[in-house]
Design a protein around this ligand. Structure first.
Ligand SMILES: Cc1cc2nc3c(=O)[nH]c(=O)nc-3n(C[C@H](O)[C@H](O)[C@H](O)COP(=O)(O)OP(=O)(O)OC[C@H]3O[C@@H](n4cnc5c(N)ncnc54)[C@H](O)[C@@H]3O)c2cc1C
Length: 420
């Protein structure tokens, strides 16, 4: 997703753009080996949706035409935290729901339509072409037969995800590798699909919240289905056996969590499992030297605890930052200009996700300053939001990355939170 968004961003600035993807690309909305998380629910936050809409006008309509749904998060999302559900919000909050495979398919087809972009599958990146005077000048890759090839380029974007090899490459070539902030959460996911009655559009969201190390969510997707996930944090491993799955689902203080998998038909054959050990953030923004001709985006910079649904949106926003920096600065010092800008937006998402993770005493890693105090305030806000729709609206907009977390401290919100 980050690579596709980046391809769209740079297509405005260069004559030719090539996307190299190691997987054979499916024709339709299918999962693939290179992105195994595609089997699990993917929420597209509003900041990500509007950015993709800017890049690809009509993106949301395309998703809906292919079976996705636009729900109203203010009234159709049932979000349970701190002993109750949020009150319905006063303003409509569009939330585009579809499987990750469908989001990716629609994005890829829109990239395919761009005249100056060439999508090449079965191409495994192996190394950068580097000249110490000029920086990165292209990539070396291998095609499906294992034949090596070189592609020259004025700019290379690394969007290879969490396992990006750029940090190791930097060290091998005399640069400093970025420091890494790592916050250990030890999350597991178990996902099934359920038959969904036509017209039923409820989103259920019950994130882990101490002392409960378990979360559950149901997201309506195409073909009248729900994606239904169990989440476990800090070693509360989610099951892959159907009986244990039902028992886990029944352990929540929310009746729907147990009822849905017990009463609705399962439309997936197996329970898919995914372990996610830690959120990581590579501090490229702190580097003083970086090769010309190269930038990094998406999970390759920051990979977030997936419970908060931020990754695709940040990938799109990173691409927007590449676009803006190119438009303002051209290629000169592009990386050194771009990384701090990307860091500002990553910081917003990181604080939301990591802040919530540090509610659990078992979470380890660098804790942003002020986290405990802010968490106490947000917990009070959430309890008040069970009966105050203005607080629901304020909280949801931060969660959706529409507004920064500091907006929760505005006087009009603070007095609603702090009054006895
Ligand atoms: C269980 C789980 C649930 C998630 N839920 C959400 C959610 O609800 N909402 C959300 O927004 N995000 C979610 N995410 C995060 C989301 O999947 C990623 O943030 C998003 O895919 C953007 O990542 P990316 O494109 O940067 O990297 P990736 O998705 O990892 O893509 C990297 C791409 O690079 C290719 N590649 C890798 N190496 C090479 C190479 N050497 N040569 C050529 N190609 C290569 C891979 O095949 C792949 O296509 C979730 C993640 C997980 C693990």
């Amino acid at each position: 997703m980050s690579g596709l968004a980046a391809a769209r961003a740079v297509s405005d600035a260069f004559d030719e753009v090539a996307v190299l993807e190691r997987d054979p690309l499916p024709e339709g909305p299918e999962t693939r080996a290179g992105a195994p998380q595609t089997d699990h629910p993917h929420v597209l936050l509003e900041a990500g949706r509007t950015t993709l809409e800017d890049f690809f006008p009509g993106f949301s309509e395309d998703v809906i035409r292919n079976g996705g749904l636009m729900v109203d998060a203010a009234t159709e999302m049932k979000y349970y935290e701190n002993g109750g559900f949020f009150a319905d919000g006063p303003n409509r909050l569009p939330m585009l729901c579809a499987s990750r495979a469908l989001f990716e398919h629609v994005t890829r087809e829109r990239v395919r339509d761009l005249e100056n972009v060439d999508l090449r599958d079965g191409c495994r990146f192996v190394d950068y072409v580097f000249e110490s005077k000029d920086g990165v000048r292209g990539v070396r890759y291998r095609d499906e037969d294992g034949t090596g090839a070189t592609l020259s380029a004025d700019l290379v974007v690394d969007a290879t995800g969490r396992t990006s090899r750029t940090p190791a490459w930097l060290e091998e070539h005399g640069f400093r590798a970025p420091d890494v902030d790592e916050v250990t959460v030890d999350v597991t996911y178990s996902t099934i699909r359920l038959d969904r009655p036509t017209g039923e559009r409820t989103v259920l969201f019950v994130p882990p919240s101490p002392p409960r190390t378990r979360g559950v969510a149901a997201i309506p997707i195409e073909d009248d289905q729900w994606e239904f996930i169990l989440q476990g944090i800090h070693g509360d491993t989610t099951p892959t056996d159907p009986d244990a799955f039902l028992a886990f689902a029944n352990s929540f203080p929310v009746a729907e969590a147990g009822r849905l998998p017990a009463e609705r038909e399962w439309t997936s054959e197996e329970i898919r499992h995914y372990p996610f050990p830690s959120s990581i953030r590579r501090r490229y923004d702190e580097l003083e030297a970086f090769p010309d001709g190269l930038v990094v985006t998406g999970d390759a910079i920051a990979s977030f605890n997936p419970v908060y649904g931020q990754g695709m949106s940040i990938g799109a926003l990173d691409a927007l930052m590449v676009h803006r920096t190119l438009a303002e600065n051209g290629l000169d010092d592009l990386a050194l200009e771009y990384f701090p800008r990307a860091a500002d937006l990553i910081e917003q998402a990181w604080r939301v996700a990591v802040g919530a993770d540090f509610e659990f005493p078992q979470t380890t890693g660098p804790k942003p300053r002020g986290t405990d105090l802010f968490n106490r305030y947000v917990n009070r806000l959430i309890r008040k939001a069970h009966a105050d729709d203005e607080l629901t609206d304020a909280f949801y907009r931060v969660f959706r990355l529409e507004r920064s977390a500091t907006t929760l401290l505005r006087p009009g919100i603070a007095w609603r939170v702090l009054r006895p």
